[in-house]
Write a new protein. Structure first.
Length: 402
């Protein structure tokens, strides 16, 4: 019998949820058989398959077929750049998925039987997120799998105003199906937990903090073309509006101390153009490094990390990665980040969007290297106590075995 971990992702943005998924698989494989199951289009499946071969008790599987909506969107992809078509195909895609739902459930049942499933932990990127992460719990219930857990990693997405009636009705139906099919609904921070309890499920949920390995995994074959010449302030994540990059640059403009800002992560060309134009007015250099597979290499070269998110930041995995390297962290008070960073002890928590406060805290760390070092050590100790992969795994297994 095997514990099945399932996730489905379609876009290569950041590796936050994938990192949790892979780390949990590794930890569980130390004490039990585990199967990592992903959708056919998962952007990181090759990496996960390679990882599975390194662990005796870990097996890799992928679903046999894509969703009907995925096939349709692929076929009509040239039209999806137009807003009207996007909305039409959004509705048509969900209708197609529901029409084929019985066949999808049968396919999932076959896959779970093949995996010899004892328990299933399904990772959902947000709410409602991808339907397979919820429908696989229906298949597991039909198979009488004892433990059927859904982990929701992010805050609920806002409904498009023009489709609010349709979308809200669909989401209410999905919430009822989840409550019927899941034995446990969990999330990764108290911030997300509070929102989901009050606005989606109306029942108590469990919160388990994410965790990563205490030891870094060094990939000597990967290099990074970045060597800072001044004290380096780092940013890691998707370079977009919600991650607070405009707000970060507004704060960085106010910095007079010699330093440099480096942003590691992918971004849309049009938005990057806006940021690069804005960076011209900064007194200190700004580097846009793009996507990179090994965040640890980057974190090793910076002095401290800034996570300036103003929306959709349920946890902040990169904060743990920075704490593991004994780096101080400045984050905003949005979402679950303030549950990780202790203000004044492991870094600073600033008001989301307050560029003056952000600039003040950055300046404090630039002027006081001893403070930054002390906060980094405090962060490392807090990480080991509350956010290690073993602690995360133990908390999930307690629920499965209870």
């Amino acid at each position: 019998m095997s514990i099945v971990l399932f996730t489905d992702e379609y876009q290569k943005i950041t590796k936050g949820m994938y990192l949790v998924f892979e780390t949990l698989g590794k930890e569980i494989s130390n004490i039990s058989r585990v199967t990592t199951l992903v959708n056919k289009e998962h952007w990181c499946k090759e990496e996960l398959e390679k990882t599975s071969k390194l662990y005796k008790n870990m097996k890799f599987e992928e679903l046999s077929y894509p969703l009907p909506s995925t096939i349709m969107n692929h076929f009509f992809s040239p039209f999806l750049k137009y807003s009207l078509f996007t909305k039409v195909f959004y509705v048509l895609g969900h209708c197609l998925n529901f029409i084929f739902l019985p066949l999808i459930i049968v396919s999932l049942i076959v896959t779970l039987k093949k995996c010899n499933t004892k328990s299933i932990i399904s990772h959902n990127g947000g709410w409602p997120g991808s339907p397979i992460s919820r429908w696989i719990l229906i298949a597991a219930k039909i198979l009488k799998v004892k433990n059927r857990c859904l982990i929701i990693h992010s805050h609920p997405a806002q409904s498009p105003r023009s489709l609010s009636l349709i979308v809200n009705t669909y989401r209410k139906l999905e919430a009822r199906l989840v409550k019927w099919s899941a034995t446990e609904i969990m999330t990764v921070s108290d911030s997300v937990k509070d929102v989901l309890e009050t606005s989606v499920f109306n029942i108590p949920l469990k919160r388990i903090y994410n965790g990563i390995s205490i030891e870094e995994s060094v990939n000597v074959s990967i290099t990074l073309d970045y060597s800072p010449k001044f004290p380096a302030i780092g940013f890691v994540g998707a370079v977009n509006y919600h991650k607070g990059t405009l707000f970060l640059l507004d704060g960085f403009k106010r910095i007079n101390e010699p330093c440099e800002l480096a942003l590691l992560g992918p971004g849309e060309k049009s938005f990057l153009k806006i940021l690069k134009e804005k960076s011209i007015d900064c007194k200190n250099p700004v580097h846009f490094l793009g996507f990179h597979n090994d965040v640890d290499i980057f974190l090793n070269r910076i002095d401290f990390l800034v996570v300036p998110s103003i929306a959709y930041e349920s946890f902040g995995m990169v904060i743990l990665e920075a704490m593991r390297q004994k780096k101080a962290v400045i984050c905003t008070d949005f979402g679950g980040m303030k549950e990780i960073v202790v203000d004044g002890e492991t870094g600073f928590v600033v008001r989301a969007g307050d560029e003056v406060m952000l600039a003040d805290k950055i300046t404090k760390l630039l002027k006081n290297k001893e403070l930054a070092t002390t906060m980094g050590i405090n962060g490392y100790n807090r990480f080991k106590e509350y956010f290690s992969s073993k602690t995360m795994c133990d908390n999930y297994l307690k629920i499965i075995n209870s």
